[in-house]
Ligand binder design. Structure first.
Ligand SMILES: [Zn+2]
Length: 147
């Protein structure tokens, strides 16, 4: 399998609900995000232009999270994910948002990694049984996925 990966960084604050410990208090993180796409190099020898990846992720993810209080954002179904903005829930939201967009560029969102700290991260991979078809998941979010 051939993949390309681009890394991003953003700042945001959050707190965890129903949680005993320091993370119940509002605090900030410098999140690091890695987006990996799979495909064949059919466009000028590229799976997808890194510049396109940057534009898509910046527009649809980073601009919606950077310097926000994560507990305060979201609408409709994605609001539930941000009621408890763990790294896991944020990764699920990123997969929901990006999967159908990158299909439009003839490549497949293959892996998402989100670092909350330098030594703690959440991962999602295409072979993860849930969200096997991100587009269907986008149309009918599964309530069971929401913590
Ligand atoms: Zn935190």
């Amino acid at each position: 399998m051939l993949t390309v990966t681009k890394k991003f960084e953003f700042e945001a604050c959050h707190h965890l609900n129903d949680y005993e410990g320091a993370c119940a208090r509002k605090h900030g993180h410098t999140y690091k995000l890695e987006i990996t796409l799979a495909g064949m190099p059919i466009n000028n020898g590229m799976i997808i232009d890194f510049h396109t990846v940057k534009t898509v992720v910046q527009t649809h993810i980073i601009n919606r999270l950077d310097h926000y209080d994560l507990n305060e954002i979201g609408d409709e179904w994605d609001e539930a994910l941000f009621e408890q903005p763990t790294a896991e829930n944020m990764v699920l939201w990123i997969v929901y948002v990006l999967t159908p967009i990158f299909l439009g560029y003839n490549c497949i969102l293959h892996h998402v990694r989100l670092y909350e700290t330098s030594n703690s991260h959440a991962d999602w991979s295409r072979d993860c049984p849930m969200l096997e078809n991100g587009q269907e998941a986008m149309e009918e979010p599964d309530e069971d996925l929401v913590l």
